[in-house]
Design a protein around this ligand. Structure first.
Ligand code: V0D
Length: 255
C-alpha cells in the first residue's frame, strides 16, 4: 500500500533523479506562488535581484518535470500588481526576466511541446516584456503538451473587477440578460477563461496566504505550503507536493 507512493531514487549516469511511481489521481492543473527569492538572497548577503535570477533557473526544472509526468497546466505566479511598489531597480530587473528566460528557454519549450500562455494585465507592462512573451505565445501556439501559464502583472481582485465591467457592458449591449449570469458565465470573463481551476496550489517560503492570487479559481483547490524558499525548490519538493495531493484525492475517492 505505502510503497505505491514511495518516491524511488533512481540512479542514472547524469544524476540522481526521483520518479513518480503512482500516476493515479494526478493533479491536472498546478499553480505555484514562487515566493522567497529576496529572502534567499538576503540570507547570503546578496542583492535581491540575485535571488530572482536564481529563482528563474528553478523554473525550467519544474516545467520539464511537470511536462514529463503529464501535468496539463502549470500556472506560475511571478509578478503581481503589488510588485510595482518595489524599488525601481528591482522592478526594472524583474521586467527583464521574461526576455532573459525566453531567450534561453523558448527553443526548448517549442521542442518540448510546451504551450506558453499569459494571465494578467497587459496595461503598463513595458513593450519589451510584452513582446518577448507574445513571441513565445505565438511560437508555441500549436503545441499540445503542458500549458505553461505565466501570471504576470496579475491580481485577482483586479481580474474580478474587469470581469464585472465586461459583464455589465455585455448586458448593456443586450448580449446577455441579468438572469443568464451564472457561475459559468463569470468564469468565461476571468483571465483563466479556457483553463480549468487549479487542483493543487503550492506556495513556497512559509507564507500561509493567497496574496490576491486566483481567489475565484482556488475555491476547491488543495493547498500545499512549504518553508523551502523558491530558489531552493527542487523536483523532489514538487513531487512531494503531488504525492500529498494524490493521497488526499485517494482518501476522498474512497469515501
Ligand atoms: C522572479 C521567481 C521567469 C519569481 C522566478 C516579471 C520572481 C524568477 C519569468 C517569465 C521572474 C515570465 C513570463 C514569461 C517567461 C518567463 C519571470 C517575472 C519574474 C516577473 F513568459 N521568471 N520570472 N517573470 N522571476
Amino acid at each position: 500500500m505505502l510503497e505505491k507512493f514511495t518516491n524511488w531514487k533512481v540512479k542514472n549516469e547524469e544524476n540522481t533523479q526521483s520518479v513518480l511511481t503512482n500516476t493515479e489521481n494526478l493533479p491536472k492543473h498546478i499553480a505555484i506562488i514562487m515566493d522567497g527569492n529576496g529572502r534567499w538572497a538576503k540570507k547570503r548577503g546578496l542583492p535581491r535581484i540575485a535571488g530572482h535570477r536564481e529563482g528563474m533557473s528553478v523554473i525550467n526544472k519544474i516545467v520539464k518535470k511537470a511536462n514529463d509526468i503529464g501535468i496539463e497546466t502549470l500556472t506560475l505566479y511571478a509578478f503581481s500588481t503589488e510588485n510595482w511598489k518595489r524599488p525601481k531597480n528591482e522592478v526594472d530587473f524583474l521586467l527583464r526576466l521574461p526576455e532573459r528566460f525566453l531567450s534561453i528557454e523558448l527553443p526548448k519549450l517549442v521542442k518540448e511541446n510546451v504551450k506558453v500562455r499569459l494571465m494578467g494585465s497587459k496595461e503598463n507592462l513595458p513593450a519589451h516584456t510584452l513582446k518577448a512573451v507574445e513571441t513565445a505565445i505565438n511560437e508555441t501556439k500549436d503545441n499540445t503538451g503542458l500549458v505553461l501559464n505565466f501570471a504576470l502583472n496579475y491580481g485577482s481582485r483586479f481580474e474580478i473587477v474587469k470581469a464585472v465591467q465586461q459583464v455589465v457592458k455585455d448586458v448593456e449591449d443586450g448580449k446577455l440578460t441579468v438572469d443568464e449570469i451564472m457561475e459559468e458565465t463569470i468564469e468565461q470573463y476571468l483571465m483563466t477563461d479556457t483553463l480549468r481551476d487549479p487542483d493543487l496550489l503550492i506556495r513556497t517560503s512559509g507564507e500561509i496566504r493567497l496574496s490576491n492570487f486566483m481567489l475565484w479559481q482556488l475555491a476547491y483547490t488543495e493547498f500545499w505550503f512549504t518553508d523551502v524558499l523558491w530558489p531552493d525548490f527542487t523536483e523532489e519538493h514538487f513531487l512531494e507536493a503531488i504525492q500529498v495531493y494524490q493521497r488526499r484525492a485517494r482518501r476522498y475517492g474512497g469515501v
